[in-house]
Design a protein around this ligand. Sequence first.
Ligand code: MCU
Length: 412
Amino acid sequence: TAPPAPTTSAPAPPTTISAPPTTVAPPATSVPTSSGPTPTAPASCAAIPASISFSNAALPDPFQPVAGGARISTKAQWTCQRNEISQLLQRYELGTMPPKPQSVTASFSGGTLTINVSDQGKSISFAVKITTPSGSGPFPAIIAYGGPSIPIPNNIGVITFNNDDMAAQQSGSSRGQGKFYQLYGSGHSAGAMTAWAWGVQRIIDALEITPAANVDLTRIGVTGCSRNGKGALVAGAFDERIALTIPQESGSGGSASWRLSNFQQSQGQNVQTAPEIVQENVWFSPNFNSWVNQVNSMPVDHHQLTAMVAPRGLFVIENTSMEWLGALSTYGCQRASKLIYQALGASANMGYSQVGNHNHCAFPSSQQTELTAFLNKFLLNGSGTTDIFRTDTTYSNFDQTRWIPWSVPTLS
Ligand code: MCU
């Protein structure tokens, strides 16, 4: 079957991208200040410069504060470092994640959780379908973007999230459409993935105040495939109430690195890159348009997005048979993620498994043992081997010292 490639292999340069600025202005909307799922800067965190001059062809050092000075050396410092990564990803790629809204109420009936959100005089309502195992709960549950495309055993609940209803993703002209934008305005800087992740946060807020839904708040997972896999990764990054994040075949824009996807393209492969992705759809903020042609000037790449999930459970599923996803790029990016988990003493909580010879988003049985281990360990109070890094391909052209030149500290 055909890979998820765009209709043209060499898209024309976008007309809407303006010349990149040399400095970055602060986000249009204020960054979160309230407590809640979005990483917020503890008062003791150093300010992030409003103007950043950066250039690095390699994956940026995830342990180096962007303002300079010493690299971090303790786990306690990771709180501020993670917050900085969050703020930078919002500024460069994702757009602003609004803080917890003024009001979230919920009702549960007939397996449907209805969530009502009000903020600054505007309101929206959306609903998710929840199926839970029989017996007495509360049960673990996985929030599945558009429904699951991994096998979920019947002792784990499924919460089906219609993410397209929160933010449309039909094409590049879907910008500003969906319930998130009804609440925050069609000109809000958040791209669709940020809007969806905000929606996931509201689902969890609603579960917190709705015991009748019978979901165990300490055992929540999130998954999605392809474009929805990119989205599920962002949701897992931004909400520490999520115990397990499973992005499936998210590829470029998800578990891949912008820099490595460019490298693959320079080697003649048909790989999705930043300039293409912002034309194809509205997953990212318009902020990103200024950077897609100079990704080496961004102080963040996607090993830092996965780093935001750390030290919580993360299982990255990829497919070597889909050139467009960026096979080497996800491999290299996730090698860097694994090192970040290692620095945090949590290597066993992160897995990467890349297997080909199956259709896009068709889960192969060869990954079942790995998936089962992650579900057992993070959602079923069990155990399993989750310290996984596996591919069915050899990347003889991946030079780790070139792409990951930084050393891995052991954070005390
Ligand atoms: C892998 O995710 C996307 C990809 O980024 C797009 O370029 C392609 O058009 O669609 C993929 C997808 O979501 O397939 C279902």
